[in-house]
Design a protein around this ligand. Structure first.
Ligand code: 4AD
Ligand code: MG
Length: 477
């Protein structure tokens, strides 16, 4: 007999056949009904034991969290709440679980508590649903690019360059931390380090991806990125995953079209393929909403919000227009914003982004043409000499989810931009080479994967959408 998953048993017709199944006990009721889950679906299967035919000592070992093996007949259920159930004929406990100390009791746990038990939290409905969705989204991302002629590039994790020029990097070294070799000036001598120079964990695969776009045409990276920014917020991680497409001969308008089409595709994919998990998370969110005051409740359910994104155009607005809207907005005039918008040129904070998306436009927004001095050096300078062809996509409940740009393809302009912020040309000689040998218009963007998973699952803390979050002062597991 083939071992089946619960998902198979519930979705295909195995009624009146003998089945073989393994999983973990969620609950055991009335010494008779086992709710079993194996991770293949949010649904448990009910296994009915006739306590007279089984040893009492064996039944005692069927506790929440135990791993068990069951053989029996799949039959139409007598009771309410499920269509089918298993009449148990053989039962083996594969691994006991101490009911006194098992952290995941069949009751509601706080997310904080579950974060401390991240090694067991996927045994709950919420976290198993979130992580199945994470897996589906990542598959959908590869599917989209694969079907649209993109090549998948594995850009390096260890790098000598700071792509974003923000200096928020984790150093990679094998020098002796207590007694590092020093040079004549008394500074640490990195020429003695493993790579013969200072290296870091990458903050973005973009610069390397650009080299591949300028030969393979359409490429993307999808890998872990690392930022040592000390921001302990619900939207920042020190280790997160980023999707970065990069396309030759594409300008900013093409970049916006690509990002919008791509995001709609992956959301449609989960609406089609992860319905049960989404329904569960949707109900969870509605439940959570009931406890909130009216004003703080979500205007749309999770599934409505996902449909809304797939069915409506993203609103495209220039930075300059956005500043005008914000300057005239009620929260700005009434000084409700923490950072008051006064002049053109100030960077937007997440409160401003969320105002634009959630209160003003009430739909996803693409902001473009930002002031050059608040954006990275590689973005293409506009003819006005003060803005660059940058774009950020802002989502309801999330704020910035995508950051991208058309890249500066003119050698001289790029050199000037680098000089202005003291990036030595020697450090990025290979990046400058792209502008010497067959330079061309090109563009790309970075999508923060965890922010997408937050949006898709309705989870409000980024720590709850990645298996083992890395944040300041925390790298457990
Ligand atoms: O806007 P960012 O910094 O852009 C880049 O890194 C570009 N090189 C991307 C490109 O054009 N290829 O980051 C891109 C996205 C952000 O919009 C956000 O969604 C996410 O990455 N992100 C983070 N997600 C979680 N934790 C953090 N600390 C993040 N920092 C950025
Ligand atoms: Mg950004």
């Amino acid at each position: 007999m083939k071992l089946r998953t619960i998902s198979e048993l519930l979705s295909q017709d195995f009624v009146s056949s003998e089945v073989d199944i393994k999983g973990w006990v969620r609950t055991f009721r009335a010494n008779r009904f086992i709710a079993l889950n194996d991770g293949s679906t949010i649904n448990n299967i009910q296994c009915v034991v006739d306590f007279e035919t089984f040893d009492e000592a064996l039944l005692k070992r069927i506790t929440t969290g135990a791993a068990i093996h069951i053989k029996g007949d799949l039959v139409e259920s007598q009771g309410k709440g499920q269509n089918v159930e298993i009449q148990v004929k053989e039962l083996k406990v594969l691994g006991d679980s101490d009911p006194e100390t098992y952290p995941i009791q069949p009751k509601k746990h706080s997310f904080e508590f579950l974060r401390e038990n991240a090694h067991l939290r996927t045994r709950t409905n919420t976290f198993s649903a979130v992580m199945r969705l994470r897996s589906s989204l990542s598959f959908a991302i590869h599917k989209y690019f694969n079907e649209n002629g993109f090549y998948y590039v594995h850009t390096p994790i260890i790098t000598g360059s700071d792509a974003e020029g923000a200096g928020e990097m984790f150093r990679v070294t094998n020098l002796n931390a207590e007694k590092p070799p020093l040079n004549q000036e008394g500074d640490v001598d990195y020429s003695k380090d493993f790579f013969g120079k200072e290296t870091n964990l990458t903050v973005s695969g973009q610069l390397e991806a650009e080299t591949y776009a300028m030969s393979l045409g359409k490429v993307y990276t999808f890998g872990p990125t690392f930022r040592a920014e000390n921001s302990n917020t619900s939207r920042h991680l020190a280790e997160f995953w980023m999707i970065e497409p990069e396309v030759a001969f594409m300008d900013l308008a093409g970049n916006m079209d690509l990002a919008e089409d791509f995001m709609k595709f992956v959301i449609k994919y989960i609406l089609k393929n992860n319905h049960e998990d989404l329904e569960f998370l949707d109900a969870r969110l509605q439940d959570e909403d009931k406890a909130k005051p009216q004003a703080e409740r979500n205007e749309m359910t999770l599934i409505e919000k996902l449909h809304f994104v797939t069915e409506n155009n993203f609103k495209r607005v220039s930075y300059t227009e956005a500043i005008d809207i914000l300057r005239d907005s009620t929260p700005n005039k009434k000084k409700k914003f923490k950072y008051i918008i006064k002049d053109w040129g100030t960077d937007l904070q997440s409160e401003h982004e969320r105002f634009l998306v959630e209160k003003h436009f009430k739909c996803p927004v693409i902001l473009f043409d930002y002031p050059a001095n608040i954006k990275a050096f590689y973005m293409r300078l506009n003819d006005d000499g003060k803005t660059v062809r940058a774009m950020d996509i802002l989502f309801p409940g999330i704020g910035e989810i995508v950051g991208g740009a058309q890249r500066e393809e003119r050698l001289e302009v790029l050199k000037q931009r680098m000089a202005a912020i003291n990036i030595p040309e020697e450090d990025l000689w290979w990046y400058l080479d792209l502008r010497k040998f067959g330079t061309a218009v090109h563009a790309g963007f970075g999508l923060g994967f965890e922010r997408l998973v937050m949006f898709a699952t309705g989870m409000s803390n980024i720590r709850d959408v990645i298996p083992f979050p890395r944040t300041p002062q925390n790298a457990e597991f």
